[in-house]
Ligand binder design. Sequence first.
Ligand code: 8GT
Length: 128
Amino acid sequence: MKILKVTCAIIEKGGQTLVVQRSNKMKLPLKWEFPGGKIEENESEEECIIREIKEELNIEIELISRLATSNFNYSNFSIQLVPFIARHTKGVIRLSEHKQYLWMSNKNLKNLDWAEADIPIVNEYLNL
Ligand SMILES: Nc1nc2c([nH]c(=O)n2[C@@H]2O[C@H](COP(=O)(O)OP(=O)(O)OP(=O)(O)O)[C@@H](O)[C@H]2O)c(=O)[nH]1
C-alpha cells in the first residue's frame, strides 16, 4: 500500500491552537486536523509545512519544534504524519480548501472529531 508522508502544523497564538475542518469534497470529509499536506519530491519537512500553510491558510509561520511522527493505516491508504509546533508570524487567515477554522484552547481540543492519525499527536501535545 502507498504510504503518504504528510506534515502538519500546530499553530499557537495567545494560548490557543489553530484547527481546521476538512470539507465535504476532501478525503476524510468533515474531520478536524492540523493544517498541512504531502511532502513533495526534493522538499524538506520544514519547507513542506511552510509552503502548505501559505497555500491553505495564506499565512506565514515560524517553526518552534517537532513532535513524534504518527503512523496510521486508514482503510485505503497509510500515512506518516509529521507534526511541527509553530507560531503565526504574518498575514490574515484566508482558507483555500477547508470548510472552517477555529482557535481552540487546549482543554477543548480532545472534543473534536479528529482524523484518526491526529489523535496520538493531540495526546502528545496536551502532555507537553
Ligand atoms: N494536512 C493534514 N492531512 C492529514 C492530517 N491527518 C490526516 O490523516 N491527514 C491525511 O493526510 C493526507 C494529506 O494530504 P493533503 O492534505 O495533501 O490532501 P490530499 O490532496 O491527499 O487529499 P485531498 O485529495 O482530500 O485534498 C490526506 O489524505 C489527509 O486525509 C492532518 O492533520 N493534516
